[in-house]
Write a protein that binds this ligand. Structure first.
Ligand SMILES: Cc1cc2nc3c(=O)[nH]c(=O)nc-3n(C[C@H](O)[C@H](O)[C@H](O)COP(=O)(O)OP(=O)(O)OC[C@H]3O[C@@H](n4cnc5c(N)ncnc54)[C@H](O)[C@@H]3O)c2cc1C
Length: 302
């Protein structure tokens, strides 16, 4: 690790943080300490960073806003790559070319200002563009797959290539990036449509209000824990029917407002949240014979 850090600094590839607390970089506000976190300053620096990681055979993880990630409490002996410097959004025609580190909520607001429709669904999803493409994030019967035209990625053999929408194989909460986690999303071109600014803003306002009413946004969480087993069968409904709303493990609780959210109610550890997720999954399996699939990603658990 020391050689990697020395090289990263000598080559001036960007900012580096030593021993960052991952709890500060995830929306659950939990997670252990990583050996280091790097912020490559551009694509060339990202390529060099990845070459160094390969050279020294280090574990690594790309992290967006950490709004779909549950790190364990253990130290992470590897490199966390953050693409915060990839934060450009250029609007042209009905499209936007946007960096992987750009926050999705801000992008949705910008699109509305440009009177472009298509990103309204994203106005309450607190991730980055890269994380949203990885997850095929979505809501209100729409998702990234509907608007992504193409994505520039760094391949595991350090080539920068462009993948088309079809090649990205978007399906419900998954994409090519999820099945090929060694690819890193650098930027995307999203194709939107001309709309009426006031109408777009009004839809976004309405949905924001609905989220405030129905989701426990006052507590740290990572959104929906489980995928819906069927389109017309929300995971939250099953969990609620089991009477698990309000159920706690340590500082983690199944939200009383929305049963598919687990919240960090009171200084929860990652283990509290993990235990609660597995407990709910087991209860549903035993009582309903349905295996709920966890939507969030567990990192650094064994
Ligand atoms: C309050 C709340 C509400 C939410 N509502 C929704 C919702 O309505 N719909 C929905 O779909 N999700 C929702 N989410 C979940 C989450 O915001 C999304 O899944 C989001 O897309 C995750 O983005 P991120 O940048 O935070 O990803 P992270 O959690 O940082 O990362 C997720 C995965 O993506 C990978 N990744 C991140 N960036 C890149 C990149 N550049 N290249 C390659 N891989 C990358 C990471 O390695 C990781 O495997 C919600 C979360 C919260 C906290």
């Amino acid at each position: 690790m020391k050689e990697f850090i020395d090289n990263f600094e000598q080559l001036e590839l960007g900012t580096i943080l030593l021993k960052p607390q991952l709890a500060k970089y995830t929306t659950y506000r939990v997670g252990g300490i990583a050996d280091c976190m790097v912020f490559p300053k551009n694509v060339d620096a990202l390529v060099k960073t990845c070459r160094l990681i390969k050279k020294y055979q280090l574990p690594y993880k790309v992290l967006g806003k950490g709004s779909n990630t549950l790190f364990s409490d253990r130290p992470y002996h590897g490199v966390i790559i953050k693409l915060d410097a990839f934060d450009e959004a250029v609007f042209y025609e009905n499209k936007v070319r946007v960096g992987a580190g750009f926050p999705l909520i801000r992008l949705a607001s910008l699109a509305a200002k440009h009177a472009l429709t298509g990103l309204e669904f994203a106005s309450g999803i607190p991730g980055t563009v890269g994380g949203a493409i990885f997850m095929n994030a979505g809501a209100y019967k729409s998702d990234m797959g509907y608007i992504v035209q193409s994505v520039k990625v760094l391949t595991p053999d350090f080539k920068v290539i462009t993948l088309t929408n079809q090649e990205l194989r978007f399906h419900y909460r998954t994409s090519f990036l999820q099945t090929h986690p060694k690819y890193i999303c650098i930027e995307a071109i999203l194709k939107l449509h001309k709309g009426k600014k006031s109408a777009i803003e009004s839809v976004m306002r309405e949905r924001r209000e609905r989220r405030l009413e129905t989701q426990p946004l006052e507590y740290p969480s990572a959104g929906s824990v489980f995928r819906n087993p069927k389109e017309d069968l929300p995971a939250g409904k099953i969990i609620e029917e089991l009477g698990l709303k309000g159920f706690k493990k340590g500082g983690a609780q199944v939200s009383k407002k929305h049963a598919n959210f687990i919240i960090n109610k009171n200084h929860a550890t990652a283990s509290d949240i993990h235990d609660l997720i597995l407990f709910v999954q087991k209860e549903v399996e035993e009582k309903y014979h349905i295996t709920l699939k966890v939507e969030q990603e567990f990192v650094n658990w064994e």
